[in-house]
Design a protein around this ligand. Structure first.
Ligand code: HEC
Length: 752
């Protein structure tokens, strides 16, 4: 198995957030006292308004600076409440109405504004306290209850009292032993005061942890990470964004995300010094569901960072980008992002027929109020639609958020005094599979990724990441030679980059040129002897091409660096099994499975060893686990059928073969094996049908015809049997069995 890398560079992405709120309690209470509503009082309607719109933040321990849970609180702050609601400073809500209909809309209605105004003007009466709604209950621990798994940062991190904002990446190895689906995520920062916002990335190959093998426990600095996506196309798909007032990210039905053994979560966290030395040790809670996702969304990004060069004093600096969608999608959510000079952020989509769909408009951007917005109803954007983003920056002294006074020239960058202009859109392809330009069926998201990367490359032909990802897409869609030509160019431009060399090797391997692949992997290892993927791939090609000693040596080299690499132990086991060292092989297989019990390759290789060593029980056990872990290779069921036969469990063998046929009905071998099994149980009629199916798939199988002849002969159909044997002999005149059977048949006929 080859590990291809698709890099997706992400800056400060985001999350789809459903507030873990108290709406059920509130919806009951807000119906109270409909009957007589004379003057507005706190009991009604003010408390319900505050409980629905304010107290998620304005409560003890919340993000707001004071609590608004009681009548006394509300009374004390009433003048300010009036001012900030009239000015729409509170509740914090940036999008303009009419530009996208968002699920967690926080904008107060005109009626609610009037009620608050009337109540303050009437002298803030309490009303009948007995009729007041019960205050919502908030917990400072997990909002969604006890998580299925809690991941804790191994070490705490100390934030100095003052200085620049900090970005820290905490790495969490995920302790799952099989694939799980995450339906919700919650983050407990450990110290809400210093955490501005945070964002979770999934590191499928635990690459970052390997890169920082000795010091990852304390977290690593920096805010732009490049992470390989592992050996399958697995683009970023969810906004896993957190800020203090939106503590839980709950995915909609059918959109859980996958976490596999060996994956790491990376919490990219933005910390703001508070004036005191503070420590943080964030925890992540994961909530699982058994339901595999049925919908595969993807995040797309618009930006034009290269254009961000804003002269001092310019109050209307425009940055734009657009992206044509090759396929129809639903827009599910949107996350606009700029720093302090961003003023007006707008995005829209134009359909091929000219229809305009507004996606968002923010007239007075405020980075401290950034959020992910999800659409109440998915927005259909037809194929050929063009997404537009248009951001306006104000670098004049009139911008009260301008960090520099007097203003200075500002470029793009990650520090909060640099600027950014990103627009992330979460989209769901209308059809999960679409035709690509070569007429092949493709994961629709690959077409989006390609359109996105090609767009980046048109704008900036030196965009290394875009070229790299296009090569990876070529490779993943089976166009190995296309991939080779791009990787070769990249390798020529960056001759010391071990990752590019390794990907080139993987494409050569895919193209069948395994000798070049071996040479390229060896070259990658001269560039970086510790580059695990190159070592692993090298060992694996060697294993596949019968260079067992070399393979064993390379797996051992890998394991010396990473003693806990499960796939490394599995590979070494396979090499040792081939080298006729079954006991040493077993030790490696056991070690591999102790580290990661769900490795299908290792389970299957171990099973082959045991089947050959006449240990059918252990073979069965291993193969059953492989199937449970998601292995659907018909060869696995075949092996299982052999083992079941050895242990005299024909029913189970039959079930295994039927599963193999269900996975791949077009493989004649399974039908033939099933025919033999059925014949051994005396069910000749079914056996004949099964064997005929096999021969319909592969008519040139001389053995198959000979076997069909035997079945026909056994069931007394001599004429059929004769023609079967003749057919076998026509295909293979040397077929000894068919010849002997035909002779026996003729003798038998002569006897009758
Ligand atoms: C998403 C969290 C959140 C929600 C919801 C929220 N607030 Fe606030 N509120 C804050 C924060 C944070 C501050 C501190 C100022 C700031 O950082 O913007 C604040 C400040 C205030 C202030 C003080 C303003 C000042 O001039 O200092 C008032 C009054 C207020 N909020 C009232 C309300 C009311 C009334 C509601 C509901 C209608 C509400 N808030 C909803 C987070 C929130």
């Amino acid at each position: 198995m080859t590990r291809t890398v698709l890099i997706t560079r992400r800056a400060a992405p985001a999350l789809l957030i459903a507030l873990a709120s108290v709406t059920s309690a509130l919806s009951q209470t807000s119906a109270v006292a409909k009957a007589i509503v004379p003057t507005p009082s706190w009991s009604h309607p003010i408390a319900p308004i505050l409980y629905s719109n304010c107290t998620t933040c304005h409560r003890p321990g919340g993000a707001g600076p004071f609590s608004l849970l009681t009548y006394d609180d509300a009374r004390r702050w009433s003048t300010q409440i009036l001012t900030v609601t009239q000015s729409r400073f509170m509740p914090p809500w940036l999008p303009e109405p009419g530009y996208g209909d968002f699920a967690d809309n926080r904008r107060l209605s005109a009626e609610d504004l009037d009620k608050i105004k009337g109540w303050v003007q009437d002298g803030m009466p309490e009303g009948n306290a007995a009729e007041a709604p019960t205050p919502p209950k908030y917990t400072s621990e997990w909002q969604l209850g006890t998580p299925d798994i809690v991941l804790a940062a191994p070490e705490s991190f100390t934030v100095p009292a003052d200085g620049q904002d900090l970005f820290r990446n905490f790495i969490y190895p995920v302790s799952v032993t099989r694939t799980r689906y995450v339906r919700a995520v919650e983050i407990l920062p450990g110290n809400a005061r210093v955490v501005h916002h945070a964002n979770i990335l999934i590191d499928r190959t635990a690459e970052l942890r390997r890169q920082y093998a000795s010091d990852w426990r304390a977290g690593i600095p920096g805010m732009e990470l490049e992470i390989g996506s592992g050996d399958r196309f697995d683009p970023d798909s969810h906004f896993l964004f957190w800020k203090p007032d939106t503590p839980a990210v709950v995915e909609p039905p059918g959109m859980a995300w996958r976490i596999d053994p060996g994956n790491d979560l990376i919490l990219n966290i933005h910390l703001k010094p508070t004036g005191r030395v503070e420590t943080v040790q964030p925890r992540i809670g994961l909530y699982f569901t058994d339901k595999a996702p049925t919908r595969a969304p993807m995040l797309l990004q618009l930006e034009h960072d290269a254009a961000l060069d804003i002269p001092a004093g310019n109050s209307h600096f425009v940055v734009e980008d657009e992206l044509r969608l090759p396929i129809a999608v639903y827009a599910l959510g949107i996350y606009p992002h700029a720093h302090y000079l961003g003023k007006q952020l707008e995005a829209w989509s134009i359909a091929p027929n000219g229809a305009r769909t507004p996606l968002i408009l923010i007239k007075d951007w405020d980075i401290d109020r950034q959020s992910v917005y999800s659409y109440r109803k998915p927005l259909l954007l037809p194929a050929g639609s063009v997404l537009h983003m248009r951001y306006i920056y104000d670098n004049s002294p009139a911008n009260p958020r301008n960090p520099a006074n007097p203003p200075i020239r500002v470029h793009n960058g990650n520090r909060s005094t640099d600027e950014m202009g990103h627009l992330w859109l979460q989209v769901l392809p209308v059809h999960a599979i679409e035709r690509d330009r070569h007429g092949h069926d493709s994961d629709a998201r690959m077409l989006l990724e390609r359109a996105w990367m090609e767009h980046r490359l048109t704008r900036d032909p030196t965009d290394r990441l875009a070229a790299y990802n296009l090569a990876s897409l070529d490779s993943m869609s089976g166009n190995a030679s296309g991939a080779i030509s791009i990787y070769s160019k990249l390798a020529a431009a960056e001759p010391t980059d071990a990752r590019i060399a390794t990907s080139l090797g993987a494409a050569q391997q895919q193209n069948g040129d395994w000798r070049s692949a071996i040479a390229t992997y060896k070259h990658a290892l001269t560039l970086d002897p510790a580059y695990t993927d190159a070592r692993y791939n090298l060992a694996t090609v060697e294993l596949q091409h019968d260079q067992y000693d070399a393979a064993a040596a390379d797996y051992r080299a890998l394991l010396q660096q990473h003693p806990d690499d499960a796939a490394g132990h599995g590979g070494l086991g396979a090499a040792l099994a081939q080298l006729q060292q079954p006991d040493a092989a077993r030790t490696e297989f056991d070690r591999a499975l102790a580290l990661d019990p769900a490795q299908t390759d290792t389970l299957a290789n171990y099973a082959s060893l045991e089947l050959g060593a006449n240990n059918p029980q252990h073979t069965q056990e291993l193969l059953t686990k492989a199937i449970a872990a998601g292995a659907h290779d018909p060869a696995i069921y075949q092996q299982l059928a052999f083992a079941d036969q050895q242990t005299r469990h024909p029913e189970e063998a039959e079930a295994a073969l039927r599963s193999a046929i269900a996975v791949d009905p077009s493989d004649p071998t399974n039908h033939s094996l099933l025919a033999q099994l059925l014949a051994a149980r005396g069910d000749l009629a079914s056996a004949i049908t099964e064997q005929q199916t096999a021969l319909r798939i592969n008519q040139k199988d001389a053995d198959g015809w000979s076997n069909l002849g035997v079945l026909h002969a056994q069931s007394g159909q001599a004429a059929q049997a004769r023609s079967d044997f003749e057919r076998a002999l026509a295909l293979d005149p040397q077929h000894a069995q068919a010849r002997a059977n035909l002779a026996r048949l003729n003798t038998g006929a002569a006897k009758q």
